[in-house]
Design a protein around this ligand. Structure first.
Ligand SMILES: Nc1nc2c(ncn2[C@@H]2O[C@H](COP(=O)(O)OP(=O)(O)OP(=O)(O)O)[C@@H](O)[C@H]2O)c(=O)[nH]1
Ligand SMILES: [Mg+2]
Length: 552
């Protein structure tokens, strides 16, 4: 291993390793194997990985085992949001020096706070929401005497990464249910059947608030007017239609309403009539809507690294980004994805790579996901199995990382593809089964109707629901991909790389089948990049390559 500190690489690279520094994507195919090794003292190269760590103890790309930081990460979560309930109306009367028994002056309750959602740049994970589980908007304040209305409840804003899919699992909307009941009663002239129901219709004990000074006898004699009709705030019209399905794949300048706060109750002046000028009742505020939903990241990153354990994925991530992914010379160092940002333009002059995104904006960076290693039979959930493959499915471009020093690179690549395409087949079957299940279970009636008809509900308790089936996404084999051959600094890796290169050429010109075994798999000028990530050599062609492939 070259006994050179990382700091000196930046300036010395062009002189020491002309081959690595001059390569651009157009010349990728012609890339010679690491020529730099010739220029280094022979004693300093051709050492194993373990020797490397003893030589340079604390460089950024070859850090000590404890030099890393774990960024919490979650790519899906189940979340319950609760719009604020309304404040209660107030029962109060004017009372002044010469007006002993004044008119009613109780204020209305304030409406509950709203829940908004916004997809923003800069967020990469749902872990903060996963930890919270329940997000509640503020309750409206109660009305007060002297006609003072209650304050509105506080709104909450949920910020999520771009590429989040929000799906509703279940909802509990007491106001909608009450409105539906009122509508049915009006249109079908449903007569109250039981005494209890009749009493409820007239009295609606749970809806009314009465003057605290009332004695029981007075309460029994009290005649309640008809309850005001249930209403929703005008904002509720902006709520997404039920069941909620939002695909937030763009940066949002303004938040979007998810659940509008409930209306507050009304104060006692609303019930004043000539017969009863001093009503001693007000109504309670409505209960806020609850929404149980699953949030899932559709697109985790622009580039996903697929490789066997210990292939050097985390080292490559460190070489390309500022991340402090954990690196260790053992399998399964990485246990959860690390999403790093590759900065294309550091605003210190001309951008290294310029590309416009789909929205026409100049891209300044792209995201790279370093995911746990994949082993044989990962599609049967071995190793970190399916969880890992789920992440692979959510990258736009894939980089297959093969370790040139760990046996036949072509075999390694084929194994990776085998696992990935087995997983793809599995997902296809899963999606079909899900579609079938939904067709069998389809019922146009609401949850309430199911309840009324005595149908068994999946989850009697709100918020205890099972996760939804995974979302469908682009098949892995149709994503653009390339190969990064790592550890090119180690001895006897040249032949391995040559074999890999000729295999890819053979796939390119059709002499060999696509490693996924699928007919319509993506292959368009398959590229391979030999790198020595530990020395940050050869990696600078990757950003341009990724940006080109992202356009596909
Ligand atoms: N010589 C050499 N060693 C490398 C290179 N890249 C990585 N290594 C070493 O290979 C070992 C594994 O590197 P990691 O980056 O942790 O590998 P990984 O693929 O992230 O491993 P898992 O997270 O376990 O899947 C470490 O000891 C690295 O120092 C390279 O380009 N050259
Ligand atoms: Mg790793």
């Amino acid at each position: 291993m070259p006994p050179i500190r990382l700091g000196s690489f930046g300036t010395l690279t062009p002189f020491l390793y002309p081959a690595f520094s001059s390569c651009r994507s157009s010349t990728l195919r012609k890339l010679p194997l690491p020529a730099y090794s010739k220029r280094l003292p022979s004693s300093s190269i051709h050492t194993g990985t373990q020797d490397v760590s003893s030589d340079i103890s604390s460089s950024r790309l070859n850090p000590a085992p404890d030099n890393y930081s774990v960024t919490p990460f979650a790519d899906r979560c189940i979340l319950t949001v609760e719009a604020g309930s309304g404040g209660h109306g107030c029962v109060s009367f004017v009372r002044e020096k010469y007006i002993e028994e004044g008119p009613p002056n109780g204020g209305d309750g304030g409406s509950g706070g709203n829940v908004y959602i916004q997809a923003v740049r800069g967020e990469t994970s749902l872990h903060k929401l996963a930890r919270r589980r329940l997000i509640k908007a503020g309750r409206g304040r109660n009305g007060q005497g002297k006609m003072r209305g209650g304050e509105r409840g506080e709104d909450v804003l949920i910020t999520v990464p771009i590429g989040t899919i929000v799906r509703e699992i279940e909802r509990k909307d007491p106001v909608a249910v009450a409105m539906q009941e009122e509508w049915e009663a009006e249109h079908y002239r449903k007569k109250p059947e039981t005494e209890e129901e009749e009493e409820k219709g007239n009295y609606g004990r749970d809806k009314w608030l009465v003057f605290p000074g009332l004695v029981p006898a007075e309460l029994n004699r009290m005649v309640f007017p008809t309850l005001p009709k249930s209403r929703k705030s005008h904002l509720a019209a902006l709520q997404p239609e039920a069941p909620v399905y939002l695909d937030l794949d763009k940066h949002m300048e303004t938040p979007m309403l998810l659940a509008a706060g409930a209306m507050g109750g009304v104060g006692n002046p609303h019930f004043a009539t000539t017969n009863n000028p001093r009503p001693k009742m007000a109504t309670r505020g409505d209960e806020g809507m609850k929404l149980n939903m699953q949030l899932e990241l559709k697109l985790l990153a622009d580039l996903g690294l697929v490789g066997l354990p210990n292939a050097g994925k985390s080292t490559l991530t460190r070489a390309l980004t500022n991340s402090k992914a954990r690196i260790g010379n053992w399998a399964f160092t990485t246990l959860q994805p690390n999403v790093g940002t590759v900065v294309l333009d550091n605003h210190q002059g001309r951008a290294a790579v310029t590309k416009r995104g789909r929205d026409g904006m100049l891209r300044e960076n792209f995201l790279i996901a370093d995911v746990p290693g994949l082993i044989e039979d990962a599609h049967l959930d071995k190793g970190l199995g399916l969880g890992f493959l789920r992440h692979v499915e959510r990258a736009a471009v894939l980089a297959f990382i093969v370790d040139l020093s760990a046996g036949d690179a072509v075999e390694a690549l084929k194994l990776l593809w085998r696992e990935v395409s087995e997983y793809e087949a599995l997902r296809g079957r899963e999606l079909n089964a899900e579609t079938e299940r939904r067709m069998v279970n389809y019922s146009p009636t609401s949850r309430r109707a199911q309840q009324d008809s005595g149908m068994e509900l999946d989850s009697p308790e709100f918020g205890s629901s099972q996760a939804l089936p995974p979302i469908s996404s682009t098949p892995i084999s149709s994503k653009p991909w390339f190969v990064v051959a790592t550890k090119a600094d180690l001895p006897n890796t040249q032949d391995n790389y040559k074999a890999l290169r000729s295999y890819l050429d053979a796939v390119n010109n059709g002499a060999q089948p696509h490693p996924s075994g699928r007919k319509h798999a993506w292959k368009r000028n398959l590229q391979s990049v030999p790198v020595s990530a530990i020395n940050a050599q050869g990696v600078d062609v990757i950003p341009q390559l990724v940006m080109d492939l992202l356009e596909e």
